[in-house]
Write a protein that binds this ligand. Sequence first.
Ligand code: TYD
Ligand code: MG
Length: 452
Amino acid sequence: MKKNKTSFFCQHCGYMSPKWLGKCPSCSGWNCFAEELISDSDSGSRTEMNFNGKPLPIDDISVEEGSRTVTGIAEIDRVLGGGIVGGSAILIGGEPGIGKSTLMLQMMHNLAGQGLKVLYVSGEESASQIKMRSKRVGAASKDLLVLVEISLEKILEQIKAVSPAIVVIDSIQTVYSGELMSAPGSVGQVRETSSRLILFSKKYGIPVFLVGHVTKDGSIAGPKVLEHMVDTVLYFEGGSAHAYRIIRSIKNRFGPTNEIGVFEMQDKGLKEVPNPSTFFLAERPQNVAGSVVVPSLEGTRPILVEIQALVSATNLGMPRRTAIGVDHNRVSLLVAVLDKICGLHLSGSDIFINVAGGVRVEEPAVDLGVVAAMTSSFMDKPIDAQTVVLGEVGLAGEVRAISQMDVRIKEAARLGFNRCLVPKTNAAQLAKIAKMEVCKISSLKELLENLF
Ligand code: TYD
Ligand code: MG
């Protein structure tokens, strides 16, 4: 009789070790190894795909044109890079309760409306619970098939029988394969079941959406393990405390990354926000110190966000630095540059930075905006409400060029802004835009001269 082989897997990152370890050498997590049975045979799953084993000249490989399926929900199509590519595997990650199932159901409803047969596999809710949700979001169609099942083998059987145009697995953590002994949701199961689903989808050209929960403590095998296996990774941002939801493409083999889609959670499901800049600036206070607008670029789309700063005298020995929506370290760096280069001494002040609306802006192009907001709050002088500021700040206090200046400034002009403070090196390439005064900045000192 064959002996069943086991290995130990880190439940955070999937690192495999033949013996138990206290600390994971890969992700440095403690006490996260669990023993899992690994299937000894190659289980036929990997041989399912027709690898033909011969190299082909790239010119001879044909592409199936028009193999993108447009979902009809513009914000999803955008993050996917123009629709769902045939045979692709898409991971939708996000915290529980953020709206993954709702979005999937709405998307399926739209696709079914186009006459496509779609299959929604759920291991989390009963059929009647799914029906209740579908009533709420208005999803009803005879082409929208619902399967409540958690066994991978049975799911694959049903997909073969039904041969749908799109499959959604909600969620990958509930699916288990009978060939492995470990519990559903463990790294071994998540990896095995998703790799078989992905191979299956590639073989039959059926796109598959895998819904995956990410928990803060990482107690369930996170979708991180899957990121390298799938073609596209979409993550939901914005906590369930906010009404809006942002879905961002972290990885996309068939489109731009960092592209975002913005939705608002309403009582009848998720509603698209086609004009996010207006949405994020809706509650902007006018003529208040510490607030400035920055045209940030998310993927290919410019989005105007408001950066707020509050700089107030501290009575603590170590002043507080809090940054929400921007990189904390970047803020510390900018405070140091302001202190050293501009003689703006913020060392005795608490500093709070917030990007209004709860958006995250990671790119260095917002540096100048953060500096402007801090300076404005520190000096208690409001920045003109029709001015936008953008540029990267270097350690010597120089202002550096940023990418895609044109689209950003156009978006600002479209929303009625009439003055922009931009890096000098960029200004040369900037096409003239009507009613937009361009103010060229090459250092932080020049910023302070021109800001108010
Ligand atoms: P859900 O899609 O179940 O989240 P996930 O699948 O990511 O765990 O979303 C559930 C949340 O959304 C829940 O808090 C209720 C809320 N919601 C609405 O506000 N409106 C709606 O129409 C629906 C269907 C859900
Ligand atoms: Mg769900």
